[in-house]
Design a protein around this ligand. Structure first.
Ligand code: UD1
Length: 428
């Protein structure tokens, strides 16, 4: 089993250089699922070179598509047949929670879908009630049988007013995709507004869908009889972009983040700047620098445009080495605070109570062996290692590879002493 090992001195490991941010994982996987809505060949470019994309490609093959995936060229061609399979098996879905996003498209195209209940990141219960209730309101019969979501509709889904209890990203995506081929108009209130949702809706409109209100909290979808295949480029990954901003804030130095859309990270960059970092926006990205230890700041995670839950572990790691005390409130995924225990192993002064954490900053952490529980927690531990003296070994680093193409190699180029190592069996 692989681990990432970072070695730092008393002066942290400041970053210098340029990183290029590619397509968003959380968009690319949904765009691939959306391809199912139209027979013919859909091409998606600016794909991130990560394992999850390959797993989604396997799932689409399982459903009857011919998939030509070229991760070096950051491109996939998905040839979707007129008649699709409708069974998404456990052995693939458990490796990728985002595979639940084939549910809406399959139901809309085939009138039937059997999708295994997903596994995915270890960050909370991650219910599906809003997905299932919405599809049922659109006229489907929906149930759970033998570990599978089984949904069917006699003729065609029928548009109706829907609302979400919480602006769930996954439920918004599934319901909008299903509604594109429904009979009549679906109005979905309290939807998620993340840039990845805007990207998906944009591609659906390119495919011939009729959607209004894109980017707002109410989407109006007029169902059409048929969609057509398209070529579409994935939006830039704002979480990877934010990760590099936090990396610089934590370790010091100056980084050019090429392709990063500063406008997708307004709250995040604003907080970093008020804490003492500098950000200069450029036409193709931004430059972030930190010359001193930053001031502590509070964080409250919320759906977009609030502070993203996916960047919360980085905020906690930064707070651990900032000047002062920070209160971190996690409102989206309760189990994300498992990360706090790992951070504490690096010497962080962090206490959690329910969904609040209080972090008292100290000048430097101290390297230790820790374990990654999910993609973001894993990457945040590696970055905490940049501000920890000695060796920080992050086990279960495969999680990090699921979200960050070439993370170790990029850090090496920026001057960090970091390597991939194979852990002996007794470390498992
Ligand atoms: C997506 C992202 C994830 C990000 C999250 C929030 C992907 C592949 N993952 O996850 O990285 O952290 O958005 O920005 O795109 N919930 C329910 N019932 C439902 C649906 C959700 O209770 O039917 C709950 C979840 O348990 C969670 C919260 O709502 O506590 C947010 O979930 P959601 O927005 O749906 O996140 P995902 O789509 O799973």
């Amino acid at each position: 089993m692989e681990a990432f090992v970072v070695t730092s001195g008393e002066d942290r490991s400041p970053l210098h250089g340029t990183v290029r941010v590619g397509g968003a994982k959380n968009s690319a996987l949904k765009l691939m699922a959306a391809a199912l809505l139209a027979p013919g060949t859909t091409t998606i470019t600016n794909l991130p070179d990560i394992l999850d994309v390959a797993v989604m490609a396997r799932l689409l093959e399982e459903l009857g598509c011919t998939v030509s995936l070229d991760l070096d060229a950051e491109r996939v061609d998905i040839d979707v047949p007129e008649t699709l399979g409708h069974h998404a098996p456990y052995h693939l879905v458990r490796r990728l929670r985002a595979s639940i996003s084939v549910l809406g498209p399959l139901l809309a195209r085939c009138g039937r879908a059997e999708v295994s209940l997903p596994g995915g990141d270890n960050i909370g219960s991650r219910g599906l009630d809003m997905h299932l209730r919405g599809l049922s309101d659109l006229g489907a019969e929906v149930g759970i049988e033998h570990g599978y979501v089984v949904a069917s509709v006699v003729d065609r889904l029928v548009g109706t007013p829907l609302w979400l209890d919480f602006p769930s990203v996954g439920a918004t995506e599934n319901l909008v995709m299903a509604a594109t081929l429904a009979h009549g108009t679906t109005v979905v209130d309290n939807v998620a507004r993340e840039p990845e949702i805007v990207d998906l809706c944009t591609m659906l409109v390119e495919m011939g869908a009729r959607i209004e209100g894109i980017g707002s909290s109410t989407l109006v979808v007029d169902g059409v009889d048929r969609l057509h295949p398209v070529a579409h480029a994935t939006v830039t990954d704002r979480i990877v972009t934010g990760t590099w901003a936090f990396a610089t804030a934590m370790a010091g130095g100056e980084l050019v983040v090429e392709g990063g859309v500063a406008g997708h990270l307004d709250i995040v960059l604003d907080k970093l700047v008020s804490a003492g970092a500098e950000v200069q926006v450029r036409p193709d990205g931004f430059v972030v620098s930190a010359e001193r230890r930053l001031d502590a700041f509070d964080v409250v995670t919320l759906p977009y445009p609030g502070f993203p839950t996916d960047l919360q572990p980085f905020a906690m790691a930064l707070a651990a080495v900032s000047d002062g005390t920070a209160m971190i409130t996690e409102n989206v995924f309760e189990a994300r605070f498992m990360f706090a225990q790992e951070l504490a192993r690096l010497g962080a002064d962090v206490r959690t109570d329910g969904h609040h954490a209080v972090v008292r900053g100290r000048p430097l952490l101290s390297g230790a062996e820790v374990v990654a529980h999910d993609i973001r927690a894993g990457a945040a531990l590696v970055l905490a290692g940049l501000a920890a003296s000695g060796r920080t070994t992050v086990a279960d680093s495969f999680h990090i590879d699921r979200g960050y193409p070439g993370f170790v190699e990029t850090l090496q180029r920026l001057g960090v002493d970091v390597e991939r190592v194979e852990l002996p069996d007794y470390d498992r």
